[in-house]
Write a protein that binds this ligand. Sequence first.
Ligand SMILES: Nc1nc2c(ncn2[C@@H]2O[C@H](COP(=O)(O)OP(=O)(O)OP(=O)(O)O)[C@@H](O)[C@H]2O)c(=O)[nH]1
Ligand SMILES: [Mg+2]
Length: 326
Amino acid sequence: MLVDNIKLTIIAGDGGNGSAHLLHDAQTSKGGPDGGNGGDGGNIYFQGSHNITDLREFRYKKKIVAASGADGKGQKMSGKNAHHITVFVPLGTRITDPASRDVYEMTDTTTRILMARGGIGGRGNVEFKTPTNQTPRTIEYGTHGEEKQLFLELRLIAEIGLIGLPNAGKSSLLAVLTHATPKIADYPFTTLEPNIGMMGATAIADIPGLIDGASKGKGLGIDFLRHIEKTKILIHCIDLTNTSPKTSYDTVRKEFKKFNTGLLAKPEYILLSKSDLVSDTTIRKTRALFEKSGKNVLTCSIYDQKSIDALKQTLVDLLEKHNDSP
Ligand SMILES: Nc1nc2c(ncn2[C@@H]2O[C@H](COP(=O)(O)OP(=O)(O)OP(=O)(O)O)[C@@H](O)[C@H]2O)c(=O)[nH]1
Ligand SMILES: [Mg+2]
């Protein structure tokens, strides 16, 4: 199951308490204060990562808690600072803190955002020694770590979305373009949840097939239209053995229009699939059909490695083109 939104509680570590220790040993009958400071609590940071494709790991990990700083000790020993925690989330995650209304978009892998600050360690009694008070018992308690309830939502599940009617060969393409191993079969609705694979650092999503009426919940319903919203570039797969390719294409576009016209504005490329099963004439004719209406058309077969290599290169070029443009 593709998990694209979750609630999460994060609690940074508390600061350790200062120590009220007084020095006692054989030489010192009336020992002065020697209590050290408490250590600082652990911070919680968030950072984007290419290695995670959805939020499923947070389904069971509802709470992330950083350790507290250790208390100070005698002999002016400071308590240890707690380790900080970095929570990695997929690129394209939007993190919202409803209490402060802060919103963070995780769009790169290098920025580390301090989401919950750990408490500060309290001072030990040694810090409170004054000329008039040589044996203070005063100490400070560590302050509490910040606690936040966050909403995480995956705004972008992949740069590239493979879309089209059931059985068009979307999962087969994902399998040859990436290391993903989706289920592939010669019947419609084999894919029930989007599969995501990585082509280098680029995420590609294989979205379940759409049919007429999807925007009203037919077939696998609107969830997949919602997933398509979360991809940048659409590769619209059309099976070359389909006798009315334009009708197939229009069916999907019509559902887009009904669901969210924003989908129609996404960069879209036509990918004519299963070219090994048809004649060159059919390929030429189908190509012309789409080119006539100003579409960019690609052709491939999963059994023709050359066509797959060319497709990979084209996708890399497309990404560059679309990432350069605002
Ligand atoms: N000959 C040939 N068969 C292909 C090619 N690509 C896919 N197929 C076959 O077409 C059938 C459907 O492929 P899938 O990849 O499961 O299609 P899909 O678009 O993911 O289908 P859904 O998940 O149902 O939407 C399978 O039997 C594949 O083996 C191709 O390039 N050439
Ligand atoms: Mg499939």
